[in-house]
Ligand binder design. Sequence first.
Ligand SMILES: [Zn+2]
Ligand SMILES: [Zn+2]
Length: 351
Amino acid sequence: MNGTMKMSVLVDVKKAEIHEGRIPEIKSNEVLVQNKTCNICTADYQQWLGLRPQQHFNMAFGHENAGIVVEVGSEVKNIKVGEHVAFGVMGCGECEDCRKSFNANFCNYRTSSYALKDAEGYYGPKGASEYKVSVPRVLFKMREDLPSQEAGFLEPLATVVEGIQRLRVSPGEKVLVIGAGTMGILNAQVARLFGADVIISDPMEKKLKTATELGFKHIINPTGNDFEEKISEFTDGKGLDAIVIAVGVTSAYKQAFDVAPKGCRFLIFAASFPAPTWELDPNKVHYKLWEIIGTYGASSKSYQMAADFLNSGQINTKPLIDAVYDIEQIQEAFTAAAKPGSYRVALKITK
Ligand SMILES: [Zn+2]
Ligand SMILES: [Zn+2]
């Protein structure tokens, strides 16, 4: 396909622009996708805010995108023109770490597109550009009538599915999710899908309302003085089996360690810059048999599960989309996305 396309680019702090780029050409083993929507991730708006000096300008950002296949190379077998797809972050599939089913971050050959400059001088994965060239390995088929901004949740949801599996959540367990932002709500929904009885804690009324809308009954505002009392009430005095820390603030860690009983497992889901302070007494981990579990990224299995959960409607992302902006309103979109307490803001790339 020849011609030019619109590219969404972060050019400087608090400055996002639409640039004109060339539509990429595909090789025989590649696929061209026309992006419909790209959701603005924390990594994107934090760069816009100037909080991620490790990410360079000009950044053709966007990795929470979904679209329609418009061209396939002659060697491509499993994907056809017209199919709806979302993108995963995958490794090479050939190195030892990929074969052990680790996520892309452990691949011996992968360099993040955030760190690679292309021939035109742009960094970034280009998920918020009109067209994106890709290999079939990273594409996941999405239901045709699923709105593209919901299909765009594939990547964040896959990281949550990975985390909840690493936490070994099993039916009947009492799981506390601290933080009801986008990732907290996804963690709560996936933990519930795995059979857990979920408790959600967040100081913002807007977020507690979302949790209620999604059918969660055990909800705590931690600014009250009854945090531990509520935990006791919701667990019938038995205490928690696991805690997901889905917000990168120091107080969340303190709260988690204060309320955790013996045998508790912790999932450290959130990252934040600068990093939160972590005051953990190793003797407590030792005597209380605590398990501290990290998670980041997702394996291909978790990606496929996340695609299935979105396609089946078992995970509901509708309440997690605050607004949809046209690509031309990119500055307004970033302003809205960076507002404290906001859920995802979607950029409509093509009609
Ligand atoms: Zn993301
Ligand atoms: Zn690899």
